[in-house]
Design a protein around this ligand. Sequence first.
Ligand SMILES: Nc1ncnc2c1ncn2[C@@H]1O[C@H](COP(=O)(O)OP(=O)(O)OP(=O)(O)O)[C@@H](O)[C@H]1O
Length: 262
Amino acid sequence: MSPALEAADLKYGYRPADSIVNGFNLQVSEGEWLGIVGPNGSGKSTVLRMLARLASPQRGTVSMDGRTLAGMDSKAIARNMTMLTQTQEHSLDITVRELVRRGRNPHLKWFEESRGKHEEVVDWALQVTSMGKLQHRSLLELSGGERQRAWLAMCMAQTPRILLLDEPTTYLDIAHQLELMELIRRLNREQGITVVMVLHDLNQAARYCNRIVAMKQGTIVRAGNPSEVFRVEFFREVFGIEAKVHNDDGVPVYLPCGVVKE
Ligand SMILES: Nc1ncnc2c1ncn2[C@@H]1O[C@H](COP(=O)(O)OP(=O)(O)OP(=O)(O)O)[C@@H](O)[C@H]1O
């Protein structure tokens, strides 16, 4: 069976002489939850954007179920895969429900309106993201965390098989961070949604992801399950910090102790 998502030899640079990402290879299996970690500027968001076809690789290919994304119709991609980006448009004066309805667009024909079963999916997306009570509020009247959940609800209304998320917990307080991670865990386990997530919180990555890929300078430097990757040498070599690593019921937990001295 082809992987749900595959990147082969990706290269990308923002300027002609740059190569921000180079020789990037990745296979993501159906139903997997993969975390991409790495220092600032290591190319994580750039890779995620190429996986979602928001950026076109200058070399290499991205495939979904064995089909190259470059040749696919945008709506067909959007029916299968969606990405929650790091920042969303902040000035949209529409209600949460209207935003979530937009998630149905890839499933509607020209001029078809969201009705019947489409509205049922909208209700479901609002319910799983706990946004039902806020559905008639304008996006302008929401807190940062509520707004993030509204955009996630829109992604869910697309009923994707593959969900890409770029640091989705950045603006959330710790309770809402855990709530979001638990929600994604439910979607992953109960609906079998494949998740690829860029995360800065390495303890959360260890707790939730099945597999970790660590990037440095545009390429993968470590890959494996959290216990294989999150070791003392990893923190030293990839992040330049000294850390203590404990084992909490099979999950590695790290405590940063200081920056590595040259
Ligand atoms: N639009 C852009 N134009 C020029 N350079 C860019 C652009 N976007 C990103 N870069 C550069 O590309 C490199 C990789 O950026 P990217 O956002 O992919 O890294 P990242 O690992 O996601 O970083 P962070 O952890 O800080 O979010 C950085 O050096 C960044 O400055």
